[in-house]
Design a protein around this ligand. Sequence first.
Ligand SMILES: *[C@@H]1O[C@H](CO)[C@@H](O)[C@H](O)[C@H]1NC(C)=O
Ligand SMILES: *[C@@H]1O[C@H](CO)[C@@H](O)[C@H](O)[C@H]1NC(C)=O
Ligand SMILES: *[C@@H]1O[C@H](CO)[C@@H](O)[C@H](O)[C@H]1NC(C)=O
Ligand SMILES: CC(=O)N[C@H]1CO[C@H](CO)[C@@H](O)[C@@H]1O
Length: 801
Amino acid sequence: MDVPHTRTLRFWIACLFWTALCLRKGMSTQITYSIPEEVGLGTFVGNLSKDLNLKVSELEGRLFEIVSGSAKKHFKVNLQTGALLVNERIDREHICSSSPVCIESLEAIVKNPLKMYSVEVKILDTNDNAPVFAGRSQNITIAESSLVGAKFPLLGADDPDVGSNTVQSYKLSSNSFFKLEVHTEADQGPSPELVLQKPLDREKQAAVSLVLTAVDGGSPPKSGTTGLVINVLDANDNAPEFSKSVYKVQVSENTPPATAIFTVTASDPDEGVNGELIYKFKHGQRGISDKFAINENTAVITTVGHLDYEEQSAYEIRVEARDLSQTPLASHCKVLVEVLDVNDNAPDIKLSSLVESVREDAKKGTAIALITVQDRDGGKNGQVHCSIPNGIPFLLESSQGKYYSLVLGGPLDRESNFEYNITVTATDDGTPPLTSTSFIVVHVSDVNDNAPQFSENNIYLYVRENTPVGSHVVGLTAQDSDTEENAQVTYSLLESSINGQSVHNFVSINSATGDINAMHSFNYEEMKQVSFQVQAKDSGAPPRSSNATVTLFILDENDNSPVILPPYSDQGSVNSENIPYSAEAGYFVAKIRAVDADSGYNALLSYHISEPKGTNLFRIGTSSGEIRTKRRMSDNDLKTHPLIITVADQGEPSLSATVSIEIVVTESALDTELSFKTIPLHDDSFSDLNLYLLVAIIAVTVVFLVSLITLIAVKCHRTDGMFNSCSAPMVTTHPDGSWAYSKTTQQYDVCFSSDTLKSDVVVFPSPFPPADAELISIDGGDTFARTQSLPSTTKVRIRAI
Ligand SMILES: *[C@@H]1O[C@H](CO)[C@@H](O)[C@H](O)[C@H]1NC(C)=O
Ligand SMILES: *[C@@H]1O[C@H](CO)[C@@H](O)[C@H](O)[C@H]1NC(C)=O
Ligand SMILES: *[C@@H]1O[C@H](CO)[C@@H](O)[C@H](O)[C@H]1NC(C)=O
Ligand SMILES: CC(=O)N[C@H]1CO[C@H](CO)[C@@H](O)[C@@H]1O
């Protein structure tokens, strides 16, 4: 349009050329028509008839036709009207491609005469094509690190139209990153270029989609679009980032090695290796790699060694995450591992004794030992309680926290408990609690708080008369429950007088052994008992002592022979008695009286006629001593009868005395006078003493039987009495151990069962014998003293005074 003049000029030059050519070949004229492309079929192009000066009516006759150089018959002629019409669709772009001028040359031929005409149809461009891009979209890759202002050429659009109908301008869809620049070169159409306006960030937007529009200059203009896909190429511009800068983890101690305890998480928004992370512990952390490890890829932190709360209760681990880029970026976080306590330590008890031993008289509150308890665990697991058993005279005083002191809480008695093994128990508050025990041994040292003690305060002993001077009587022992010198006992006699003489004249005591020896040969007939006091004293400071009263009962021995009482006397003198010849049988001749200074059996006398043996004329009452005739006298009998009478006691061995008596038979008038002597058998001459003795002997037999029965009864039914009476009806035991008896008879046998006796020393109830009785005898030899074994029953005979 801007150069119509030039074009017109050109057109005319071309027309002239063609005309000249036509003329040379016999053509007369050159006709040019113009039509726009794409007009409808039958569109009138030009009036050939008119323009070629041919009559319409001739056309048919002269076989008018047009011939086209191209294969397509774009045009045809209406022979009736002479008009050139469009025969087919005309596409300028198809016919002339992108040539700026498009002319279709036709030959119009008439025959008769033959004439050729050159007809040109100039096909004018119309904007029938929109700009078209090569692809539906263009992929462009731009590094995210590209600088603002960087340019990226784009493929332009094609528009087959020509002139102003081709692409004139480009437009870009609105966006913040790019603007469009269009360069126009001389011959070519405009070429578009992207210019980066704002830095890209792949992590925010990995791709930018744009639409590029090409617009032509037609009227109306047509446009074509293409998509622009801008792929942002990653750059390692992001450091890894942990989800937290500090992580807190709790792990209980004793977690086995290789246990996963935590996973840190880090992310890197970069792509590929730029975003691929490896995890490591930061270098130079002391003591971490012994306990923990981290998996490079999974970031799982595991334990390596054993964790011990008591060793270290917390760890600070610095973890690094690093990407795998050529120019790696790294970042760090802290993992605070708190080790949780487990009750894995029992309390530890430390004892320190303050004293070697405690005096048994130590005061309440005396400190004995210090106890320290510790528990390496923390919190409740480390809170410890300490205790000792109840029922011992000790207390545990808590001074502060882990310190305790063991103090005396009650009286001590070495004699009942000389040593305490105290169990100290410490228990912590963990669940389950742990307990430990320790033992503290407290020795109790002796104090002289016990006096020596005799087995009895009153000791009754029996000693035979006539024992030699220096003979052993008894060994006394006093027990002292203290120890060592506090229990070292010495014995002594307490000064006293017996019958006006010092006690030392009668007995002596071995101060070390307590053995008592007789210093005097006792005579029962002179002295029935000796009483004195013995003291036992220990060697403590100050010493303690106790007294015992020892009563020695002297036991009778058969050391006195019977003595014939007057009027008869022993050997030497001859005693005589007269009896009348006429004396009846049983006539009383004489009564021999004798006494024995001893007592009991030793004094129980019996009378016998020892000479002549076997006399049939006289007999003597064994116990009465009465001599009587056996029968009447006869003439054969001698006039004098010498008799020897023996009086014997029942001692062992028996002692005896003899008396000679000559009995003279008279035949005087005194017969009648003497007849009063024929007295009945129940004469009172039967000695009282002998009667009693006889009764006693009978009683002994009865008592023996009774005691046998009692013994059997006792065997079956033990009594708690100190002794059992053999003569049950006569002697009774009082519950308090004293005894009583009825005085209807004068002599008793009292039996002591050995199993009621506590030691091998016979101890009789006190007072013994009772004040109104005397001791006659005691069974079983010298059982009054120390014996090896006692007969099952010890029989004692007493007599009422
Ligand atoms: C552009 O990229 C997309 C996705 O990456 C793909 O589908 C398409 O084929 C690509 N086009 C060209 C022309 O390369
Ligand atoms: C204390 O008693 C404990 C437990 O019975 C025992 O093991 C320990 O030997 C005793 N200590 C002493 C000194 O007797
Ligand atoms: C023992 O007897 C002596 C002398 O009679 C006396 O001084 C002392 O106090 C008595 N001892 C005891 C423990 O009775
Ligand atoms: C179609 C048309 O207009 N045809 C005309 C062409 O010119 C001749 C005269 O030269 C007329 O007669 C036709 O009618």
